[in-house]
Write a protein that binds this ligand. Structure first.
Ligand SMILES: *Cc1c(COP(=O)(O)O)cnc(C)c1O
Length: 405
């Protein structure tokens, strides 16, 4: 599967070069192979390929060269031995848990993780006897205290959505390895441009390629990066039999997205810091949540772990005297937008704004939201690539007219 001819090259080069070899036509941009089946040269080769004794494509559920190119490129960027692409971020988590866990096994996850992750692992896998402890994101002692003899997996997401809480990947890796468990990290918000969990000791990096890897809001995709042995022995057999495969078209889109990942993450992080500083000084804003700000509780850890940048998502609380007023004010800010998109997604070149309490976190009870620190006045901004003045002007339209409510 792996082509080692380019493996000595540097990350920036691999971001645009790592891929399967060119076809006989010499295309410069990687080919998009839309095919579900593959013609075999002869029956004996076919038998060897189906028997797993020889590399070679047989059927779309078992592999596709465009998908392989995406896997090789993402593995190179993450500093991983191997990668397995999946249909979406959630299917990557599904594949990971399905491959590694059985009834009676125990998983530790943070309470600030992506909502569907909490539901999939905490509830759905619970039906099959997998036990889950849910701990506070930044409380290392709580992660440690949750460990049991049956703990197989610690799964962390850092920074988190929407408050940008950061946990210490190296410390969690040490905790996991002490008891023979694996550490998986959801690297969706930071991406390998800012944070490479495997270099910090993590065993598995999980991605929603739907976000920054594509980076332009076009397709769904997901991936798991890990040691070759984990990918080949654990993930591959389950992938082949379950069909959680990435479409070659989506793989091609995300493959091309990876070529500009570093540039986008650097530019979008710089724009986000500028917006965060402007919001922090705005009289209508109570608090800004962004790991790139010195006021963020895990700022130093974030800077150490994330290549000195904070990523491209921030949240802020509007000032208000009650929960009802906070909701009305946050809605006012969002309803005054003329340029930015009211859209519950992130990782786009267009700036996207959302009200977490009524969307991504709308199904939680008010008490659960309070515990998670997600108030009715919270607005999340996933910063894109517009001119910073236009972004500020669009948010100022609402923020400067809250008294008219
Ligand atoms: C979006 C997201 C996911 C899920 O990915 P999909 O591609 O939507 O399935 C998982 N984790 C985080 C942090 C996300 O933002």
């Amino acid at each position: 599967m792996a082509d080692s001819s380019w493996q000595h090259l540097r990350r920036e080069t691999l971001a645009v070069r790592a891929a399967v070899p060119r076809s006989q036509y010499g295309e410069n941009s990687e080919a998009l192979y839309l095919t579900s089946g593959y013609v075999q040269p002869d029956a004996a080769t076919s038998a060897r390929r189906f028997g797993g004794e020889e590399d070679g494509y047989t059927y779309g559920r078992s592999g596709n060269p465009t998908v392989t190119s995406f896997e090789q490129r993402l593995a190179a960027l993450e500093g991983a031995e191997a990668c397995m692409a999946t249909a979406s971020g959630m299917s990557a988590i599904m594949l990971m848990c399905f491959s590694l866990l059985k009834a009676g096994d125990h998983v530790i996850i943070s309470q600030s993780m992506f909502g569907s992750t909490l539901k999939l692992i905490g509830s759905e896998f619970g039906r099959f006897g997998v036990e889950t402890s849910i701990v506070p994101q930044t409380d290392l002692a709580a992660w440690q205290a949750a460990i049991r003899p049956s703990t197989r997996l610690l799964f962390a997401e850092t920074p988190t959505n929407p408050l940008g809480e950061v946990c210490d990947i190296a410390a969690l890796a040490a905790l996991a390895h002490n008891v023979g468990a694996l550490l998986a990290v959801d690297n969706c918000f930071a991406t390998p441009a800012l944070q490479r969990p495997i270099e910090l000791g993590a065993d598995i990096v999980m991605h929603s390629g739907t976000k920054y890897l594509d980076g332009q809001g076009r397709v769904m995709a997901g991936a798991l990066c890990a040691r070759e042995q984990l990918v080949v022995e654990k993930f591959l057999p389950v992938q082949k039999n379950s069909g959680m495969v990435l479409s070659p078209f989506n793989a091609w889109v995300v493959l091309k997205g990876l070529e500009t990942l570093d540039l986008r993450m650097q530019a979008q992080s710089a724009l986000t810091l500028e917006l965060a500083q402007w919001l922090e000084a705005h009289p209508a804003v109570a608090r800004v949540y962004y790991p790139g700000l010195a006021s963020h509780p895990q700022h130093e850890l974030a800077m150490r772990q994330m290549n000195g940048l904070g990523g491209a998502v921030l949240s802020f609380d509007v000032k208000a005297s009650s929960s009802e007023q906070a909701r009305a004010r946050a809605f006012h800010v969002l309803d005054q937008l003329q340029v930015l998109s009211l859209c519950t997604n992130l990782g786009d070149t267009k700036t996207l704004c959302t009200h977490p309490a009524s969307t991504s976190h709308g199904k939680l009870t008010e008490a659960q939201r309070q515990a998670a620190g997600i108030g009715q006045g919270l607005v999340r901004v996933a910063v894109g690539l517009e001119h910073p003045q236009d972004v500020q002007d669009d948010l100022a339209r609402g923020l400067n007219t809250l008294d008219t409510l």
